[in-house]
Design a protein around this ligand. Structure first.
Ligand code: UDP
Length: 235
């Protein structure tokens, strides 16, 4: 089975992990881990950045009177919780992974050190880059773009709830049209809410393609990494 990419960065929003009864749904973690296992078995090197929106978002907290920086640090800590849950799901099915955090917490996980992360990837370990960029006022989408650049990933796979980028919400409009391909500037100018503009700009400046696809369908991530056309490429 031929894989189009050798090293990828997978960005998964925190909301993906949200369950009815849990902020972090164990069954969803198990599903995501088993999907990624197929890539590891096919010798694809996988770095993951998880969001924290299922637990906390700094901007939303600011709207309710909290200091933005405090909210952002809480948000970054939320991503560490998500990352630990995903690592646990990987461990259950025999996938070797490491949580590497942008905020140092040596009793919980490794610090994110670029060269160490590269070694983990080369040894076939999944790297879960936690705590975003380590800086307030950023998003985990931007952290995903940064980690993808510094880890020499060929592409950012952005997992969403729909199977690509549409001209309007496909859940509301049956005549919504899916784009196969968009430019970075299209995304910025049309204000398409797929990744924030900082993340898009970083990908554009570094010629890093983004592939938007639906993660929660069995086999989708593997087909996407094999190069099958399903979602939307931003290039
Ligand atoms: N965050 C931050 N710096 C970063 C990444 C994340 O301050 O580099 C904070 C920010 O408050 C953000 C929260 O962590 O709202 C959770 O991340 P995000 O909203 O990107 O998660 P997602 O929407 O992907 O679940």
């Amino acid at each position: 089975m031929h894989m189009k990419y050798k090293r990828i960065l997978l960005k998964i929003s925190g909301e993906t992990l949200l369950g009815n009864d849990h902020n972090i749904d164990p069954a969803t973690c198990d599903f995501v881990a088993s999907e990624i296992k197929q890539l590891v078995e096919a010798k694809v090197e996988v770095a993951i950045v998880l969001g924290g929106g299922n637990i906390f978002r700094g901007k939303a907290a600011e709207d309710h009177g909290m200091k933005r920086t405090t909210g952002d640090y809480i948000g970054m800590l939320a991503t560490v919780m998500n990352s630990l849950a995903l690592r646990s799901a990987f461990a259950k099915i025999g996938v070797d992974s490491r949580v590497m955090s942008a905020l140092d917490m040596p009793k919980v996980c490794e610090p994110f050190i670029r060269d160490k992360a590269m070694r983990h990837l080369e040894k076939g370990r999944v790297v879960i880059a936690a705590a975003g960029s380590g800086n307030p006022y950023f998003s985990t989408d931007t952290a995903a773009a940064i980690r993808a650049c510094e880890l020499d990933c060929e592409i950012v796979f952005k997992a969403t709830k729909v199977d690509g980028i549409y001209d309007k919400d496909p859940k509301k409009y049956s005549d919504a049209i899916k784009f196969d391909r968009l430019s970075y500037l299209d995304v910025i100018n049309k204000k398409i809410e797929v990744m924030d503009s900082t993340a898009i700009a970083l990908c554009m400046d570094n010629d890093l393609p983004i592939y938007v696809f639906e993660l929660m369908k069995h086999g989708n991530i593997k087909r996407a990494v094999m190069g099958e056309k399903m979602g939307t490429t931003v290039q």
